[in-house]
Ligand binder design. Structure first.
Ligand SMILES: [Zn+2]
Ligand SMILES: [Zn+2]
Length: 331
């Protein structure tokens, strides 16, 4: 059973997914310890995943068989599912919703040991393109309010299987983080009449000290108030609220910029585990103030602890100006 519950104090939704208790943690750990053991994401193991919802394959190859270079499959242990009954329920001070949504895995390559950043740019673009395609599918479902795309690279970043993959979750409510960003963007817009991200891009490009890399379409920067050492944001320079509306040229440029920044992080921090998160406007009517999609990339250098959990504050040991300089100068 899946259910969302709203914390009446923090205005934060929590997903309860009881089936996830069945998640075979032991088996998954074995995969990590023994890289030669069975991997459900490898070519030839298609029967061990649910049926693919999208794939890029050789002409003539059959669905759920070999011959693919990218597969999207429903998560075997979904946090949210399309089959839950769509009825809300309020009990006095409490609010709950059925766990309606989608949860899919993007298997980025048939090669077991290939990381996303090591793939050719065109192949990385196919991964981002597949995510955009799935989001366009999700947004047709009126029950889904927004989608969260993320990638956990490395065990310390939360990857349960070493084979390169990422995930997409379609949710019936807007996440607290996205709601806060939408509110911040609205506040900035009220005060200055401009998109806060466009203002950030303009400021950073004219000052330069926090810019890691830029090209015609993207800027990669170490954000002014970085929460984590070497946190990097990849922001398209053209204003656009939704990733699912973006065009192929931007997707290709994103692939190139991701590859560049990942390579710089790898050389500087010796292939760190990282989390990659897409931030994009909710589906449905346009947000009340300009929003601007972007990607946040966070190398995992430690864990959140009491102060972070208690106060919501982050203590960062590396200034973004230094992080950006070190990454710029990476050989
Ligand atoms: Zn594999
Ligand atoms: Zn903007």
């Amino acid at each position: 059973m899946r259910e969302l519950r709203r914390d009446p104090v923090a205005d934060r939704w929590v997903i309860f997914s009881a089936e996830r208790a069945d998640r075979p943690m032991g088996a998954i750990t074995e995969h990590i310890v023994e890289p030669d053991s069975f991997c459900p994401f490898c070519e030839g193991a298609e029967a061990s995943t649910p049926s693919e919802s999208f794939a890029l394959r050789e002409e003539g190859s059959a669905p759920d068989g070999p011959g693919w270079r990218l597969r999207v499959v429903p998560n075997k242990f979904p946090a949210l599912s399309g089959e839950e009954r769509p009825s809300g329920n309020e009990t006095d001070i409490y609010q709950r919703l059925p766990g309606v949504g989608r949860h899919e895995v993007i298997i980025e390559t048939p090669e077991h040991d290939r990381s996303l950043a090591d793939m050719p740019e065109a192949r990385i673009a196919e991964v981002f393109g597949a995510v955009r395609g799935r989001m366009r599918e999700y947004r047709k479902d009126e029950r889904i309010r927004c989608a969260q795309f993320f990638k956990n690279h490395g065990q310390a970043a939360g990857a349960s299987l070493p084979h390169s993959h990422s995930q997409l979750i379609g949710m019936p409510v807007v996440s607290k983080l996205l709601a806060e960003e939408l509110e911040g963007a609205a506040r900035h817009y009220r005060q200055r009449g401009r998109c806060v991200f466009c203002d950030i891009i303009e400021f950073e490009l004219s000052h330069g000290q926090r810019v890691i890399e830029r090209d015609e379409v993207f800027v990669a920067l170490a954000p002014f108030a970085s929460r984590f050492p070497y946190e990097a944001w990849l922001v398209p320079t053209r204003h656009e609220a939704r990733f699912d509306d973006t065009d192929d040229a931007v997707i290709l440029a994103l692939a190139g910029m991701f590859k560049q920044i990942a390579a710089r992080l790898n050389r500087t921090l010796d292939d760190p585990p990282y989390n990659l998160m897409l931030h994009t406007a909710p589906f449905g009517p346009a947000p009340p103030a300009p929003y601007h999609w972007h990607i946040e990339l966070m190398p995992v250098m430690g864990r959140a602890a009491g102060f972070e959990w208690g106060a919501g504050f982050h203590i960062n040991s590396v200034f973004p100006e230094d992080a950006a300089r070190v990454l710029r100068e990476a050989p």
